[in-house]
Design a binder for this molecule. Structure first.
Ligand code: FAD
Ligand code: MLT
Ligand code: ZN
Length: 512
């Protein structure tokens, strides 16, 4: 049962850049809002307080910020601003508000719903230059950072001090903490450390009119009225620009174990999850599930790039799970993990598995899981659905979508004239969150019409959510009705209008 895991290396974060996507505005029925057009006077004003290298109008610089990570959405911005201080952000927004110029806040541009790039000619405001760690209290574990600090940088900084960042995700090397908070990112360890709605203690943000909201508290408890920072968590750049964040960080675990297990049915996955919660209790930090098609896509993507790696397990089981434990006592944790593994095998739930023997093997196993995102885009593009569903029906959605595509003769691995290469499912089962990816050779209206509204109707029928963690962005702005009633949508719109009466913040997204 226990083999060594081999480390694999992916070429980089982004999918292959061979496909040049159309402009979003040409691809989708969207009309430019009644915003002003950028003129020479505006540029002159920005030049009066920004460093020249922080104001970019070159096509080359703009190409990168106009297109999203999936190469699915492409905007036509003519100006990229990279402020270095909160006061510069404030001056920019005040001017845009007064002039009615639309803007898009951009972090690491790793968002997966088309929220981080312009639709028309919105000005892109990058947070990349606001990248200082402000302070850390090593007794309480509270960290205060600029919004542009890269997640991995913060995590590594904390690890040197015996703590970790409470969020971890595959895009950690590029995404920014401000972007994480703006999308209320979930990630790989939400099961253990909870959502950012719980771990974020304070937020500093610049409002559309240039006012600064100073909610950068580090208190755990504060019952003095409405908790305004919560409005910014998951607001996707729709009500202001987050410039600072304070967050409660957990201590680094002394003992981390990772097991990769093979199962023959989805029924067994659910029973194993129940068993894992009971047997591992507080040390269970991740419970991720991937299906065979996901593993095949990673394998094929590696081969496509002349790389090969040994799969974690000898056979391609239909479902495979990654279980991570994080605790303080390695002997105790190993005992618990071994008892759980024995129990799950005796009950014939788990039929094969490996346990990482060192840090390198832990990383190797995680790479098979995290590599799915990048591998999915290697055939040209990927339609991504990020859904919350009751566990029993989760994989019914994957099967239903695949059947529809096959019935309509749209999917084939070998026939490259078919638009769809593969349909795969994976996700954070421990959080009730499935990722359904339809890996395509090209983005076509025909495939999109087969997928939507079918996927959203399936979710609504089972009282799920059309966005578990990636957010709404441009992609799901018309799908919100499947998860929220008219009253809730009206309230969200009213809050948005109160903060942003001119509608300059990230238009065409989040809420109609
Ligand atoms: P961007 O993509 O730049 O922006 C995202 C949204 O936030 C946009 O609407 C933008 O306008 C807004 N925004 C950005 N910064 C600010 C700010 N300072 N103030 C106000 N608004 C702002 N997501 C998960 O939830 N879980 C995962 O496990 C996960 N894994 C991923 C793995 C990969 C390989 C990739 C590519 C993405 C993954 N994502 C995941 C999605 C994405 O990484 C997260 O949503 C991330 O939090 C976005 O951060 P960012 O800095 O890249 O933001
Ligand atoms: C993940 O869980 O891997 C992320 O949410 C990203 C993705 O779905 O590609
Ligand atoms: Zn995810």
């Amino acid at each position: 049962m226990f083999r060594l895991a081999q480390r694999i290396k992916f070429s980089g974060l982004a999918p292959s850049r061979s496909v040049r996507s159309l402009f979003t505005a040409d691809k989708y029925p969207v009309k430019r809002g009644n915003y002003s057009e950028l003129n020479a006077e505006d540029i002159k004003y920005f030049e009066s307080f920004l460093n020249s290298k922080d104001l970019l109008t070159d096509k080359k610089d703009l190409d990168a910020v106009n297109v999203d990570w999936m190469q699915k959405y492409r905007g036509q911005s003519k100006l990229l601003l990279k402020p270095r201080s909160v006061s510069e952000v404030s001056k920019i927004l005040k001017h845009c508000h007064d002039r009615k110029l639309a803007v898009v806040p951009q972090g690491g541009n790793t968002g997966l719903v088309g929220g981080s790039v312009p639709v028309f000619d919105e000005i892109v405001i990058s947070l990349a230059n606001l990248n200082k760690i402000r302070k850390f209290d090593d007794v309480s574990g509270t960290l205060t950072v600029d919004a542009g600090v890269i997640l991995q940088t913060a995590d590594e900084w904390l690890r040197e001090r015996g703590y970790i960042f409470p969020l971890d995700l595959g895009a950690k090397g590029s995404c920014q903490i401000g972007g994480n908070v703006a999308t209320n990112a979930g990630g790989l360890r939400l099961l253990r450390y909870g959502s950012l709605h719980g771990t974020v203690l304070g937020i500093e943000a610049v409002l559309p009119n240039g006012d600064i909201f100073n909610g950068l508290s580090t208190l755990r408890k504060d019952n003095t009225g409405l908790d305004l920072k919560q409005l910014f968590i998951g607001s996707e750049g729709s009500i202001g620009i987050i410039t600072g964040v304070s967050v409660l960080c957990p201590p680094k675990s002394n003992s981390v174990n990772v097991a990769w297990l093979g199962l023959d049915s989805y029924e067994a996955v659910q029973k194993t999850f129940k068993l894992a919660k009971n047997a591992l209790g507080e040390i269970l930090s991740s419970f991720e599930c991937v299906d065979r098609a996901s593993m095949e896509v990673v394998d094929a993507a590696l081969k496509k790039h002349d790389m090969e790696a040994q799969q974690p397990l000898e056979s391609m089981h239909p479902y495979q799970i990654l279980i991570e434990t994080s605790g303080s006592n390695s002997e105790h944790d190993e005992q618990k993990l071994n008892a759980f593994l024995e129990n799950s095998m005796e009950n014939e739930l788990v039929v094969d598995g490996v346990v990482a023997q060192d840090e390198g093997q832990i990383q190797a196993l995680w790479q098979w899981r995290e590599g799915i995102s990048e591998s999915s885009g290697k055939w040209g593009g990927v339609y991504k659905y990020d859904v919350s569903l009751p566990l029993p029906v989760m994989w019914d959605l994957v099967k239903a979508v695949e059947n529809r595509l096959i019935e309509r003769n749209l999917q084939s691995k070998t026939d490259s004239t078919k638009p769809v290469y593969a349909t795969i499912g994976y996700g954070h089962i421990g959080d009730g969150n499935l990722h359904l990816n339809v890996c395509v050779r090209e983005y076509t209206k025909e495939v999109e019409d087969v997928l939507e509204p079918f996927v959203f109707e399936f979710i609504a029928k089972h009282n799920g959510s059309v966005s578990a963690e990636h957010g709404v962005g441009f992609q799901k702005v018309h799908a919100l009705q499947y998860s929220k009633d008219a009253g809730a949508l009206k309230l969200i719109k009213e809050v948005k209008n109160m903060f942003d009466p001119h509608g300059i913040m990230n238009p065409y997204k989040f809420i109609e």
